[in-house]
Design a binder for this molecule. Structure first.
Ligand SMILES: O=c1ccn([C@@H]2O[C@H](COP(=O)(O)OP(=O)(O)O[C@H]3O[C@H](CO)[C@H](O)[C@H](O)[C@H]3O)[C@@H](O)[C@H]2O)c(=O)[nH]1
Length: 360
């Protein structure tokens, strides 16, 4: 591994984290990803984990819950550069997770998505570069590929901003990379906890479109992905974790079987505003400049300049022969495989604990 960034080499020696004397900043650290990452970093002996987020109540709950002197909380907003700079002093690495992630709220308030996901991300990147941070990993989503909603569009722009910052940096400067993943199973407000709640309450399961597919990823794999990016990133890289997918109907069926809800009623409610039939993790344009790294794709930065011949007269033969990597053509999980995956999640096991099935 040819790492030239000396501060990062120290941290990532031999593909392993060396965190004992390192300071890690997580923006938006009180969300599902942040919490899991904090536990993970502390388990690895990280000297200091900093959380930069807006909600003092969530921070207080986390402070009480984790009760560790290795965690420092910073109230601030990534839209406010001064608050980012404040948290960035002496930081070695940044996991940038702060974002507006809800599709509907971004749809109704797109300028809020612009402020947080684009301008805020730019603040984080510029501050990290200025403070000579070794590596910044920005979290993105499959909804950023060929986006149809404001959330995805703003995340696509965040990726572009990250690349534009990278273009001005060398391998010995702050390494800027992005990771993209699909739906995190059991994340707050997502479909799995909703279906479980509906089953347990004896209410109908609401399915949008039975044929709709989504990539399925447990939270622990999102953590592995950002670690992988941190250790392997070259300037401007984007990493995609390969993932299996399922249809919504199969996901519902797997939960019905697990929760022994044989009389479960299903209501088909139709596709919601801003939803796609399937999601794409990597486009053909990206795949032609990607490296297959086993469980991951590394998509290198598009280093082309404004070469008009390339854009208007010359085509790319390889590109026209490839297919996007999306949730309709990735490995499709069987119902038994979905059940197995669901049972590997602590949240689902907790819900199943003591549950005997619906009483009819
Ligand atoms: O009542 C429901 C709700 C959802 N779904 C379906 O279940 C799948 C997953 O839905 P989620 O709401 O869990 O996930 P989304 O793909 O819609 O996107 C979610 O994850 C995103 C991040 O990737 C954003 O946070 C977004 O706001 C949030 O809804 C989709 O096919 C959706 O149509 C149903 O069938 N019934």
């Amino acid at each position: 591994m040819a790492l030239k960034n000396t501060r990062r080499t120290e941290v990532a020696a031999g593909g392993e984290y060396m965190l004992t004397d390192k300071v890690v900043l997580i923006t938006g650290g009180t969300g599902s990803f942040g919490k899991t990452m904090v536990h993970h970093l502390l388990d690895k002996g990280c000297q200091e984990v900093r959380i930069l987020s807006r909600d003092e109540e969530k921070q207080d709950a986390m402070r009480t819950d984790l009760n560790s002197t290795n965690i420092k909380f910073y109230i601030g907003d990534i839209r406010d550069r001064a608050s980012v700079d404040d948290a960035m002093q002496g930081v070695d690495m940044v996991f940038h997770a702060a974002a507006l992630k809800q599709v509907p709220s971004c749809e109704f308030f797109p300028m809020q998505a612009v402020q947080t996901n684009i301008v805020g991300s730019h603040n984080v990147l510029l501050s990290a570069v200025e403070h000579k941070v070794a590596s910044v990993v920005c979290l993105s989503t499959d909804k950023a590929v060929m986006p149809v909603n404001a959330m995805g569009m703003s995340k696509a722009m965040m990726e572009k901003v990250a690349q534009s910052v990278s273009r001005n940096l060398g391998e010995t400067d702050t390494i800027v990379s992005c990771v993209r993943y699909g739906n995190v199973m059991c994340s707050r407000g997502s479909v799995i906890p909703l279906f479980i709640k509906q089953i347990k309450a004896g209410k109908p399961i609401t399915i949008t479109n039975p044929k709709m597919t989504r990539f399925l990823m447990p939270l622990r794999e999102a953590v592995n992905l950002v670690e992988f990016a941190f250790i392997n990133a070259r300037q401007g890289d984007l990493f995609v974790k390969k993932a299996p997918a399922s249809t919504v109907a199969d996901l519902a069926e797997a939960l019905i079987q697990l929760f022994n809800a044989n009389d479960q009623i299903i209501n088909i409610i139709g596709t919601r505003h801003g939803e796609k039939l399937f999601e794409t993790l990597a486009s053909t344009e990206e795949l032609v400049r990607s490296e297959d790294m086993g469980d991951y794709y590394r998509v290198s930065m598009d280093a082309r300049d404004l070469n008009y011949g390339k854009f208007f007269t010359e085509g790319d033969i390889e590109e026209s022969e490839m297919e996007d990597y999306h949730s309709h053509n990735t490995y499709r999980l069987s119902i038994d495989e979905i059940k197995e995956l669901l049972l590997s999640l602590p949240e689902v096991r907790e819900e199943l604990d003591g549950w005997v099935g619906q009483v009819s």
